[in-house]
Design a protein around this ligand. Structure first.
Ligand code: PBG
Ligand code: ZN
Length: 325
């Protein structure tokens, strides 16, 4: 028998050896945890399609943010559900809006926690589209003006990072320009640069009641068949002043994360979206998969694909698992 000199199994034999040659390390530092903020107080309403996740009023969101910080997670990203929806989503830029209040309360309670804010209008418009409509179509440039106002109001409230998510042409430039004009040059932009028109957002839209009443988002979100376009979108956002480039969803787009992270010399975030979380939770609840192992394997896969930052509803769970080792 002519055995090979090199036996790959040698370094897999014990956990100690495996730890030494492990190529990808998942850390609590990688995570961002999403929080959904609603009007009222004392509200902690379970989201049916996202078991374990809640709609929180500002007071409860602040407690949840503090628990997130206690787990060592560096950042939260906020989503707001307004009191009233209207045709343009004007509550998005109200100084007393629910997200603005949450930013102030969380920064007061935990100044060290990075507060990011999703910045779009679909949660704020009565038609559920991502901005101003003109003859049934999303009016790109009119929406940019409202976006510019909105991110400034988040910056005034004290957020660290704004995260425009509408996939409008020129949205990063519009945010950068208005922030700088108002002397918020230190507020960073995490751009949803590569956001696909995806069925994986289903549970999220239930959580924030943002499903469009008619039509879809294929006119602004990307076609899931495309990857060269992803790199093009990302480069444009870098030129417009983005500080972090996001790819979303994550699991069905690991090749896109790889392509973008190979080509773009910027921090890359991946958003493991609501449908990805819901699938794992549903299968785990049925006893069909081992939740803990699938969560760690999935998050490690996203890191291995090239993401530096992972936005995930599993962040607190994963943080606890990481702390156990
Ligand atoms: C838009 C926004 C969406 C998500 C994050 N920001 C939904 C959409 O584009 O319809 C999806 C997040 C998720 O599914 O977890 N405000
Ligand atoms: Zn939107």
């Amino acid at each position: 028998m002519n055995f090979p000199e090199y036996r790959p199994r040698r370094m897999r034999r014990t956990e100690g050896l495996r730890r030494m040659v492990r190529e990808t390390r998942l850390s609590v530092d990688d995570f961002v945890y999403p929080l959904f903020v609603v009007p009222g107080s004392g509200v902690e309403k379970p989201i049916k399609s996202l078991p374990g996740q809640f709609n929180f009023s500002v007071d409860k969101a602040t407690e949840a943010a503090a628990r997130t910080a206690d787990l060592g997670i560096p950042a939260v990203i906020l989503f707001g559900i307004p009191e009233h929806k209207d045709a343009v989503g004007s509550e998005a830029w109200k100084d007393q809006g629910v997200v603005q209040k949450a930013i102030r309360a969380i920064k007061k309670a935990r100044p060290e926690l990075v507060v990011m804010v999703d910045s779009c209008f679909c949660e704020y418009t009565d038609h559920g589209h991502c901005g101003v409509l003109h003859e049934g179509e999303l009016d790109n440039d009119a929406t940019l003006e409202n976006l510019a106002r909105t991110v400034v109001s988040y910056a005034k409230a004290g957020c660290d990072v704004v995260a425009p998510s509408g996939m409008l042409d020129g949205f990063v430039g519009a945010c950068r320009e208005s922030l700088d004009e108002q002397h918020f040059d230190q507020v960073a932009i995490m751009a949803y640069s590569v956001k696909y028109a995806s069925a994986y957002y289903g549970p999220f839209r239930e959580a924030v009641e943002s499903a469009p009443t008619s039509g879809d988002r294929k006119g602004h979100q990307m076609d899931y068949a495309n990857v060269a376009e992803a790199v093009r979108e990302a480069s444009m956002d870098v030129a417009e002043g983005a500080d972090i480039i996001m790819v979303k969803p994550a699991l069905a787009y690991l090749d896109v994360i790889r392509a973008v992270s190979d080509d773009i010399n910027m921090p890359i975030a991946a958003y493991a979206v609501s449908g990805e979380y819901a699938m794992i939770e549903a299968a785990a609840a049925n006893g069909w998969i081992d939740r803990d192992r699938v969560v760690m394997e999935t998050l490690t896969g996203i890191r291995r694909a090239g993401a530096d930052i992972i936005i995930s509803y599993h962040a607190p769970h994963a943080a606890k698992l990481l702390a156990k080792v």
